[in-house]
Design a protein around this ligand. Sequence first.
Ligand code: MG
Length: 203
Amino acid sequence: MKIFCIGRNYTEHAKELNNPVPSEPLIFMKPPTALLLNNRAFYHPDYSQNIHYEGEIVLRVCKNGRAVQPEFASRYYDAVAFGIDFTARDLQDRLKAKGQPWEIAKGFDRSAPLSTFMPLAELKDPKNIEFQLKKNGEIVQHGHTADMIFDFDRLICEISRYFTLHKGDYIFTGTPAGVGPVAIGDVLEGYVEETPMLRCWIK
Ligand code: MG
């Protein structure tokens, strides 16, 4: 099982971190040990003083494929979940400044809380999914997937140019504006449309 992630897929988020808006998807991966399931708590690691939440819609791949063509892309995913792409922003900033890979800032243990999946067929508009992240009860991120720079189909095509997709792989599709730090004691809650999907207590 592979976990793909997309960076800077929402214009307003790219801008808030002073990053350029990309002309092709920025793809990175997290290892399976990053997954944090069943609403388990996130234990704040000691190697970062600035862990950020990034609330994201996560796609589930439902079919094996490589070099998928655009007209077939929508057959390769069937469900969405709410996920958090926890990012050690201080480590990431240091690595970026040196032009080094992001792995330790993005792929550390439990950096990918993930809810259960909801079939796309149950959503009122699978091409424009509304999602929200609340921190301690207040909305901090509010996104619509129609605002993605690269839509689900394009992500399937681009990722599968380089990596064979397997049934059961996940794709974190990027975060909208509003990212910010977490502190011990915070509670994060993710919603897809009106449905509470994920709860993550920072310990
Ligand atoms: Mg992200």
